[in-house]
Design a protein around this ligand. Sequence first.
Ligand code: PAP
Length: 348
Amino acid sequence: MSIPIASHAFYLPSITKCNDEDKQERANMALVFDQYKDRLATLPKEKGWITENVYMYQGFWHQSSRRISVETVMALQDTFKARPTDIYLATLPKSGTTWLKALVFSLVNRNLYKNNRLSTHPLLVSNPHNCLPFIEIEVFRNTPTYVDPHSLRLFATHIPYTSLPQSILDSGCRLVYLCRNPKDVLVSMFHFANKLRDKSRGLMTFEEAFELFSRGVMPTGPYWDHVKGYHKVSLEYPKNVLFLTYEDMNINTMNNVKRLAKFLGYPFTEEEEAEGAVQGIIRLCSYENLSEVNKHGNLREDIPNGAFFREGKVGDWTNYLTGEMNRIIDEITKEKFYGLDISWCPTC
Ligand code: PAP
C-alpha cells in the first residue's frame, strides 16, 4: 500500500518504496546486525515474547535482529542527528502508538486535506505506521524518510528516555509520551506477541506473559521504568515534553486533542473549532475508522495491518487477570510509582 505524496511532499515523508529499496533495506539491516554482534554477545538475555530472546541494554530489554531492536538503538546512538524542529512520539509498545501517530500526523497536516480533499487522506488508505516512521527503522534506509532539510520531521520511537540518541536530548525538540495502564499493556502485548511469534515456538500462555511482564521483561520494558523516565522529564521540561495517558485520551478526547495540537504548535483556530475540525480528526483517527481501513494487507511481510487493532478499549484486562495477578501488578505499580502523580482512572 502507498500513500499519495506527490503534491505535498513538504510535510509528508517519502515512504513509498520499491522492491530494490526493500532489498537494500534488508542488506543494510544485515550490516547493522553484524556491526553490533560482538556487543550483543555480552548482554544478559531473557526469554522473549515474539523473538526467542530479549537482551538487557542500559537497563531495558530489547529484541535483537529485528527492525526495532537493540542493534538499532546502538546504531541510532552512534549516528542519529536530531533537529530542534523535530517532533518525537515516544511509547512503550501497545500503549496507543498507532492512535497517537494517526492523531499527530493528521493534526500537523490538516491544512493539506481540508474540505473535499479529505477523501485523499493517507489515513484512509494506509497504516498510521506508514505515515509516521519510527526512528528505529530510519537507520536502515538509504534515502532518509525526510529528504527536505527544512521539512518538519515527525518520528516515533519505543526507545527508553535514557537510551535516546544524545542529539535528541540536546536538540531541545518537542516530544509527546503516551502511557497506558500496565494491565491493558500486558493484555495487548500478549495478543500481539501470539500473532507475531514464530509458529515453531507455539503460543504463549497468559500466565507466561504475566510472569515476564511482572518481572519487567518485555520489549523496551520494564514497563514502570520506561514510564518513569519520560514522566520525570515531562515535569522537568514541560514545554518540551507532553505526558498523556491512553485512558485520559479515551475519556477526554476533545480536550486532549486540542491540547496536543497546541503543544505541537498547531493550535485550532476558533473558526476551525466552529467548523468541527477537532471532531473530524477524532473521527478520522478513531479505532472504528482505522481498524476498518487496516482490515487487510500487511505493514511488512511479517506483520498484518490488522495486528495493531484488537479491541481498542480501556479496561479489557478485567477479562484476563486473576484477582491475584491484579493484586501483584497493583503492588508493583504502587511501589514503583510511589510519590509520582501517574494515574489512569478509578476502574483502570
Ligand atoms: P505498537 O506500539 O506496536 O505500535 P500500539 O498501537 O501502541 O502498538 O498498541 C495497539 C493497541 O492500541 C491495541 O490495543 P488492544 O490490544 O488493547 O486492543 C489497539 O487496539 C489500540 N488501538 C489502535 N488504534 C487505536 C485507536 N485509533 N484508538 C484507540 N486504540 C487504538
